[in-house]
Design a protein around this ligand. Sequence first.
Ligand code: URA
Length: 320
Amino acid sequence: MNTREQLLALNDELRRLKAEGNRTISVSPEAMQALRDALADAPEEDGRSGFTPDANVALAVSEPSGVKPDPQPVRTFVLPTPAPVVAAKPALPPRPDVVLPDGDKPTRWNALREIVLNDPTCRQNVHPGKQVVFGVGNLDTAIMFVGEAPGADEEDQGEPFVGRAGQLLNRMIKAMGLDRSQVYIGNILNWRPAMGARNADGSQTGNRPPTQEEMACCLPFIRAQIAIIQPKVIVALGKTAVDGLLGPDRFKSMGAARGSWHEYAGTPLRATYHPSYLLRQEGLVSAAAKKIKRDAWEDLLAVMERAGVTISDKQRNYFL
Ligand code: URA
């Protein structure tokens, strides 16, 4: 397990302990130091949805102070034993060209959807019994959102952004004065990236960002969706979408990517924070958390302006 996977496993273990009703855990100074070292090694927060240190869970970890808020049982925190690592998957096969029939948008989109849903690599990589996830929405939209990869809820339902992050995305779209049926939503990847390690019941331990190889495998599909829909504006949700559409070396962080206009194949592209990252700011009152939410709203205002969506004074002054 690498550091990121260990942190994800740790996060899951903390969630599990919390779900069991544990309110406090005691952490030895050595373990605390090991955690700090691991976090120092973790990638810069960049809006990726993969590593999800749940604030509520993470806040439950504190050095033993001797003052206990309530008489809940104190458990010694034990770093989770690494889950068995599933044998490495063979390299992904080269992606054949996407060939679509001539015709109108629905004809081409339906043909592409069939290709993706039946793609052997997508089908091999989707979790057993789950669905390959293709984009949804209005083919004549001015605004196309591109996310990272499906999570468990999306693979269950075969639709992008239907879990918690999707509910926040719906609220963001509503705040823009629009509705989910008026926009298009797709992902860089069409399956949920596997962690390579499983819980005892076979379920996955969390989400991780796709590898470059996985992205290369699915990128022709999101590119083809953009080519069919020809939106006025693309909104890249998080760093994976930015890397996938603009190139992996173009921006070091979301901070560098957001706040100005870019271009994907002639279409204006605006980068903003991934809803999963924004979810982690909910309930936080720090100036930094407020700025992140405000920045995200400013990104959406810029998108509305560029796409020709009317902006009311209330919307424009939302954060003033
Ligand atoms: N996160 C994504 O990036 N895409 C989804 O479809 C769901 C969550």
